[in-house]
Design a protein around this ligand. Structure first.
Ligand SMILES: [Zn+2]
Length: 278
């Protein structure tokens, strides 16, 4: 069993990030999905976006006059868009156009996490995504519809949609490649997100429940030939809790990949519908 961890989020950083993205989006005149990510890069002064046979996802070539972004030509368009957005974050950091408390001593890993978060925000801006979010609890078909609309990966879309959904829920997914050799019925779970809860205490409560539930959800998804949905009573510590669970298998080049949404049925929608943002 892999380790489960909740993402560490700096509230101040998140708020600034969303505001920065809104400015970029409005400044670029973007009013409907999918976000024209290359137009934003060019508007920010990137002179060239090139597709090349490179080992990494993308490379940002900093230069005061002629900054460029190289994208991996073997990746599909959706992935290239994400990589391009990630490099835009590097560009803004490089120009000191974005900073948050603690950024100066941030580790490389922290910077990369930030760039990933920024990329997801840029491809699925708060105001644009909110327009297309369903009023009901998110389902897998909603995630798929949004991913197509925004031309974004299913995982990134699910994370982002849960962030702004009224319904506190969790996203659980297997490590890429999962349980390739089939020696265990329970693949490793990468991590999960709990969203939409206003109070820290409540958040921890639900997180504790879902950490355990996440394992069962993934296990059941595998047992049920990768697709299941409905109400599930899952053991969390000594007690049973009811969740509405939907899990789906996605074929991936590197192996089976399972993504699951879980909503505790005993929690109420957040009226504000603005997720973790206060
Ligand atoms: Zn990076």
């Amino acid at each position: 069993m892999g380790t489960l961890r909740a993402p560490r989020r700096n509230e101040e950083m998140v708020a600034r990030l969303e505001d920065t993205v809104d400015r970029l989006i409005f400044g670029s005149g973007i009013s409907s999905p999918p976000v024209d990510i290359e137009a934003i890069a060019l508007k920010l002064g990137v002179v060239k976006i090139l597709r090349r046979d490179i080992d990494s996802d993308a490379i940002f070539v900093p230069s005061p006059d002629t900054p460029a972004i190289l994208l991996n030509s073997s990746h599909n368009e959706t992935r290239q868009r994400y990589s391009c957005a990630h490099e835009i974050a590097h560009l803004l950091l490089d120009r000191n156009e974005f900073a948050f408390r603690g950024m100066e001593e941030a580790s490389d890993r922290k910077v990369e996490e930030f760039c990933d978060e920024f990329a997801a925000s840029l491809l699925m801006p708060r105001y644009l995504l909110s327009k297309y979010l369903p009023a009901h609890r998110l389902g897998m078909t909603d995630i798929m519809r949004l991913a197509t609309l925004f031309n974004t990966s299913v995982t990134a879309t699910a994370r982002r949609a849960l962030t702004f959904s009224k319904y506190p829920g969790a996203l659980v997914y297997t490590i890429e490649g999962g349980n390739r050799d089939g020696t265990s019925s329970v693949p490793r779970v990468k991590w999960q997100v709990v969203r939409g809860l206003k109070h820290g205490k409540g958040r921890f409560h639900v997180l504790a429940k879902e950490v355990e539930a996440g394992r069962s959800i993934i296990a059941r998804a595998f047992e049920a030939n990768y697709t299941c949905g409905g109400l599930e009573n899952l053991m969390v510590g000594p007690t049973k809790h009811e969740f509405f669970v939907e899990a789906k298998h996605f074929p991936a080049r590197s192996g089976p990949f399972v993504l699951a949404l879980a909503f505790p049925t005993d929690s109420q929608p957040n009226e504000r519908g603005d997720g973790v943002h206060k």
